[in-house]
Design a protein around this ligand. Structure first.
Ligand code: DAH
Length: 364
C-alpha cells in the first residue's frame, strides 16, 4: 500500500471514529491518536523521508491534505460537542427560583453585651453617664490610689497578671491587667473632678479559673460624688437598680458591713433568694445572696484624686456583670460565655431589637 493509500485509509477510519465520539475528552484522545507527536498520521509523515524526491512531492502534498482534513473535522466536531456539553450543563444546573431560602443563622447579641446595656440603660435613667478606662493599668491606679499600698493584704485577694518591666511609662511603676473597674473611678475623678455620676462597665482580670471564675470577666463600677451625697442615696439607688434589673418590684435587699480599703463605711449588698435542690430563685423567699460591694468613698481616695474631702463626699459600688447575667438568664457555667459556641449563642443570645434603647423605659 502506498503512503497515500495508507493515509486515505487512516482518514476514513478517523472520520468514522470522530463522528462516533460523543465527548470532548474522547475527541481529544482521537486528536492525540492521529495528529499527536507519535500519532498515526505523524508517523506516516516521517516515512516521507524514505521516498525519492519526486514521489515525496506528490505523497507529501496528499498527506498534508489528509492531515488538514482530519484536523478540520476534529475542530468542527470539537465545537459541536462543546456546545452540546454546555447546553446539557445549562439544563441540569438551572437555578430553581421556587426553592425555599436556606435557613441562615441570624446574628445574636451576646448575653454579656445585653446585660451591660441593660445596666447602663437603668443607670442612665438615673442620670449616670458612661466612663471608661484602660484594661492595662498602672499599679498606682489599680491599687495604690485606692488605698491599697504595695504591702496591703487586700492585694492578695485580687492576684492579677503583672506585665514585664514597667510598660511604656518608664518610671519604674508596675503595669497590671486591672483586677477591677475601680481604677476608672480614679481616672475620672482626676480628669473631671466633682461633681460626678458615672457608670463604668468593662473587662477585668484575675488569676482564677473554675465554674464560677474566669481569668477574664466583667464588672461594672458606679460612682457618685457631690456635696451632700449620703449612704441613704447609695441604698435607694442600688435597691432601685436591682429591682429594675431583675424585674422583681419587691425584691428584698440588705446591707452587711464589710471591708474594702477604698470605702468607709463599706458594705456588701445581699438580695432575697431561695435555694432549692441546687436551683437558685430570686425574690422574697427568706434566704440571701451576696450581689455587690459598695460604700462611701474613703476621704484618702478623694485626696489621691485631687478632690477636697471637706467639700465633697460620695458613694461607689462594684459588681460582676457575668454573675448578674448568669443569675438573670439562668446560665450555669461562666466559662460558656467565652467559648464562642454559636449553638450556645443561638440559645442564650438576644435579637438585636431587644437591646435597651432610649425608647425603652426599664424602670418598674
Ligand atoms: N472593686 C471591688 C472588687 O472588685 C468591688 C467594689 C467594692 C467596688 C466596693 C466598689 C466598692 O466601688 O465601693 O471586689
Amino acid at each position: 500500500m502506498s503512503l497515500q493509500q495508507h493515509a486515505e485509509t487512516l482518514k476514513t477510519e478517523a472520520m468514522a471514529a470522530l463522528a462516533a465520539a460523543d465527548t470532548t475528552q474522547a475527541l481529544q484522545d482521537l486528536r492525540v491518536h492521529y495528529l499527536g507527536k507519535k500519532g498515526a498520521l505523524t508517523e506516516l509523515m516521517k516515512q516521507l523521508g524514505t521516498l525519492s524526491a519526486e514521489e515525496r512531492k506528490t505523497a507529501g502534498a496528499a498527506l498534508n491534505l489528509v492531515k488538514d482534513d482530519v484536523g478540520a473535522a476534529l475542530d468542527a466536531r470539537q465545537s459541536a460537542l462543546e456546545a452540546a456539553e454546555l447546553n446539557a450543563r445549562l439544563i441540569t444546573e438551572k437555578l430553581d427560583m421556587t426553592l425555599p431560602a436556606q435557613a441562615v443563622m441570624p446574628g445574636r447579641i451576646h448575653p454579656i453585651s445585653q446585660t451591660m446595656d441593660e445596666v447602663i440603660s437603668i443607670f442612665a435613667s438615673m442620670g449616670f453617664v458612661l466612663a471608661e478606662g484602660p484594661d492595662v493599668e498602672t499599679d498606682w491606679h489599680n491599687f495604690t490610689a485606692l488605698n491599697m499600698p504595695p504591702d496591703h493584704p487586700a492585694r492578695q485577694m485580687q492576684d492579677t497578671f503583672y506585665m514585664p518591666g514597667d510598660g511604656a511609662t518608664g518610671d519604674g511603676e508596675k503595669i497590671v491587667l486591672r483586677t477591677h473597674t475601680s481604677p476608672v473611678q480614679v481616672r475620672t475623678m482626676q480628669a473631671q473632678k466633682a461633681p460626678l455620676r458615672i457608670i463604668c462597665p468593662g473587662r477585668v482580670y484575675r488569676c482564677d479559673s473554675d465554674q464560677t471564675h474566669s481569668p477574664m470577666f466583667h464588672q461594672v463600677e458606679g460612682l457618685v460624688i457631690d456635696e451632700a451625697t449620703t449612704m441613704a442615696h447609695l441604698k435607694g439607688c442600688l435597691v432601685d437598680f436591682l429591682r429594675a434589673f431583675f424585674g422583681i418590684p419587691d425584691l428584698p435587699a440588705r446591707f452587711r458591713p464589710s471591708y474594702f480599703p477604698f470605702v468607709e463605711p463599706g458594705a456588701e449588698m445581699d438580695i432575697g433568694c431561695a435555694r432549692q435542690g441546687g436551683q437558685l430563685k430570686l425574690g422574697n423567699h427568706g434566704d440571701w445572696l451576696e450581689i455587690l460591694g459598695c460604700g462611701m468613698v474613703h476621704p484618702d481616695v478623694l485626696k489621691n484624686c485631687g478632690i477636697d474631702p471637706e467639700q465633697y463626699q460620695g458613694f461607689a459600688f462594684g459588681m460582676g456583670i457575668d454573675r448578674i447575667a448568669m443569675l438573670k438568664y439562668g446560665i450555669p457555667d461562666i466559662r460558656s460565655f467565652f467559648e464562642g459556641d454559636t449553638r450556645w449563642l443561638q440559645h442564650y443570645g438576644f435579637a438585636p431589637h431587644l437591646l435597651p434603647n432610649a425608647a425603652f423605659d426599664v424602670r418598674v
